[in-house]
Design a protein around this ligand. Sequence first.
Ligand code: HPA
Ligand code: ZN
Length: 364
Amino acid sequence: MSGSPNLDEALERLPKVELHCHVEGTMRATTVAELARANGVALPVADPTELYRYDSLTGFLEVFWLVQSVLATRDDWARLGYESAVDGAAHGLAYRESFFTPARHLAAGQRLGDVVAGLDEGLAAAEAETGVVVRLILDFDRDFGARAAEEQVDALVELRRAGAPGAERVIGVGYDSTEIGQEPGWYAEAFGRAGAAGLRRTAHQGEDSGPAAIAACVDLLGAERIDHGLSILADHDVTQRFVDEQIALTVCPSSNIRIANAFPTLADHVYPEMRSRGLLATLNTDDPSLTDLDLGLEYRNVATAFGWGWDQMVDIALDGVEACWLDPAAKAALRARTEAAREALRPGSRPQVGSDALRPDGPT
Ligand code: HPA
Ligand code: ZN
């Protein structure tokens, strides 16, 4: 809590964009337990939240993979998509570009078309109910290597060519999972094919690697955003380039405390330095259900830790709009909605009942 109920409530209701969130990492603990039971996946504990304590990215990934493994059918993906968007909307989510990482499901025999169609079905239902809008980013799991990434791009491009259900919702590709022992350049072919097909590109880097690897994602993979980018400030030139070119970072401060163990507390995080250097450093949750988080809470956490007020937090929300991959008209509409909310929800002022800014409709 920020200590100001007014600010807390306004941050919760502020229409927010999220660019770094893994749909599997939004799975409710009750859903993890139910799907595990339905699909015969043995969990080592009855309450999955007992597993949600990590001391490193590697330790976290073991849990993330276990959670992923409970998704067995198209209906499971639909349920996940639906609950993910409904839960986001409850905390002021307006628009999300959400990762899904299907490598282990495909290796186990699931079809990409079923994963995408299932997610699309659930997301469409949640969109109709809440007004939130969600697009998808297919993330390659680096643990499965570059050839698997290339096969996934080819399969996605084929689904889009065939007009398969939900394929148009997938607007980009990225990669995630372990960084250690990996080279960005290994994935140049996969990202190149994706770019040639008109897909947008982002990359998890700098969570467990240095600034040279971050720069390599831009140079070798055509990455337009970097997910985390935590180590960037260690290199002045790379930082300055990201400032000059306004290449976005999708920063997840609480995740960096709880998953990467990169800082002892939020107050020690480099997020304020990133922003004061002029980096387009957006604010995101990463894996909210696996870290006891939601986007409203992350905004409140950050406001409290760094002593930031309403206008600074609205500026962060606007940077999310700036860095997203909506078309220019939809971006302008979302920017206008956020600016309207700046005035309508301003703590200390009387709420304007019926104001457009409070209407839970999407940006498109
Ligand atoms: N980093 C790498 N892989 C991940 C993450 C992350 O933050 N979240 C889910 N998979
Ligand atoms: Zn992530």
